[in-house]
Structure formats: C-alpha cells, structure tokens
Design a protein around this ligand. Structure first.
Ligand code: NAP
Length: 244
C-alpha cells in the first residue's frame, strides 16, 4: 500500500491492484453485532476507524462478546460516543433505533456538526415481546428524526433492510439482490455509494430512493423481513427488485 496524497482530512491510498480508495476517519456508533461487523470491514478496507459506546470501562467489563471482539481488533479503538464522533468525518449509526436520538443528543449538535451520518438503525420496539413492532412508523422514521433533530448533519439511510453479515459481504448470497439508499445531500449519498461499492455492492444493485423521507419505506420493510426470517429459518436472504 503506497501513500499517494494527503491533507488533514483525507488520505488517498494506492492499493496494490490499482484500486484507489479514500481513507476516511470513521466513527462507528454502537458495539452490537452491526457495529462490530461494519467496523471490522471498514478497518480491513484501510479506513481510520473507532467504535463508540456509552461507557468504555463498563462495556469492556460487562459485555463479554464485545470485549473478546475488541481484543482481536486492536486497530479499532473503543471510545465514548462523543469522543469517537468528535474525531471522525463520517459516522455510522449502529445503535438501536428507539434509543438513537438519546445517543445523538448526548453527543450534541456542536460535535455532530455537518458530518455525514450513515444510519443503519431500525425503530424496533421489543417492549411487548416478539415479534417487535415499529415504534416510529407511517408518517415518520428514525432517519427523518435524526435529520430534523440535527439539520446540519448529512443523514443517509442505508443497509438497514438486511442481516448484518450481508451488509459487508453481498456475494455470500447467490444471484442479484438490492440495497437502498436515501438522503437529502447528493454528495453524501455518493460517498455512501463508494463505501457500499467497497463493501462489494455492484452499482446497478444500489437503489437510490430519493430524499430522507424514504427512510419510512425502508424501515417499514422490517415487519415482513422478520416474518421471512421465521418462515425461511435463516437470516441469509435479501430483497431483489425485479423490473422490466
Ligand atoms: N442485527 C442485524 O442484523 C441488523 C440488521 C439491520 C439493521 N439493524 C439495526 O442496527 C442497529 C444495531 O443493532 P445491533 O443488534 O448491532 O445492536 P443493538 O443491541 O440494537 O444496539 C447496540 C448499541 O446500542 C447502544 N444503546 C443501547 N441502549 C442505549 C441507550 N439507552 N442510549 C444510547 N445508546 C444505547 C449500546 O450502547 P453500549 O455500547 O453502551 O451498550 C450499543 O452500542 C439497530 O438499530 C438494529 O435495528 C440490525
């Protein structure tokens, strides 16, 4: 890997097979399976990655799965949400949808600024047991709540409609299948598109639905996704949109 060009914000890396990627400072917010999967992939791709949690010491002491993962991913530093976000140019929101606004309010508008935030969350409400219902629905969505709450943030909704293993390894399913993106800022959607392509998504299989209000549509896919999971007995499936 040869360093080709650099300023304070971005470093362009020349990879051996002549693929050029832009190295981005990324904070992955969330220590669950989604956060860990995304952070691992971004680190493998050569980005500068941190992973965020509410309380680093508590998470390391009480979350055995996370502590084991962290010990085998020493490149990815674990940081409090606010510190990780402050040091990053781009954020991945991998926090439960119903607590996302609490977490982002804790980080604060000043720190979030006008960064790009790729939102993978779903508004699943488990308070009445399984299957969960949608806690935000029909006329609103978590993607829109984030954008409304932090108007300068560039929110892009994506990847929330599939199991986490598929997000970073679409080739594990035979045949074509789709990923959706939506958001108000075209440049941020293009940045997200580049990241998705680096994850292995073919450009023609990435569907841009339009502005952030389209998060409603992708979040409302979850009830049928959950039933398919039960009926198929596996989470290794995805939606393929067929058209003439
Ligand atoms: N699992 C999947 O395959 C899948 C697929 C698509 C989308 N998603 C969505 O991705 C998101 C992450 O899912 P996940 O299963 O990886 O993890 P999760 O259990 O939904 O969320 C874990 C994260 O949420 C944080 N959190 C929990 N309660 C909080 C609160 N009250 N305030 C602030 N932060 C809080 C935790 O913080 P600490 O680190 O401090 O504990 C942790 O970092 C969810 O929105 C989910 O719907 C999941």
């Amino acid at each position: 890997m040869t360093c080709y060009w650099s300023d304070n914000k971005y470093t362009i890396l020349l990879i051996v097979d002549i693929k050029i990627i832009v190295k981005i400072k990324i904070a992955v917010l969330g220590t669950g399976i989604v956060g860990r999967t995304i952070a691992e992939k971004l680190d493998q791709l050569g980005h500068d990655v941190t992973i965020g949690t509410r309380d680093v010491q508590k998470t390391m002491q009480e979350n055995e799965a996370y502590a084991a993962w962290a010990s085998s991913h020493s490149n990815v530093h674990t940081m409090p949400f606010v510190e990780g976000a402050a040091n990053a140019d781009l954020l991945f929101n991998c926090i439960g949808g119903m607590v996302t606004m609490d977490a982002l309010n804790g980080i604060g508008e000043k720190t979030l600024g006008n960064k790009v935030l790729v939102d993978l969350s779903n508004p699943l409400d488990f308070s009445n047991g399984m299957p969960p219902s949608l806690g935000v629905v029909n006329t609103d969505s978590i993607g829109e709540q984030i954008q409304r709450g932090f108007p300068n943030l560039k929110v892009v909704k994506s990847l929330n409609t599939m199991n986490t293993a598929l997000m970073v390894n679409p080739g594990m399913l035979k045949g074509d299948h789709n990923v959706f993106v939506c958001g108000n800022d075209e440049a941020s959607k293009n940045t997200t598109l580049d990241l998705l392509k680096s994850f292995g998504w073919r450009e023609d299989l990435i569907i841009d639905l339009g502005d952030i209000t389209n998060s409603r549509g992708t979040e409302m896919i979850l009830p049928i996704w959950l039933r398919l999971w039960g009926a198929l007995g596996t989470a290794e499936f995805n939606f393929h949109i067929q058209k003439n």
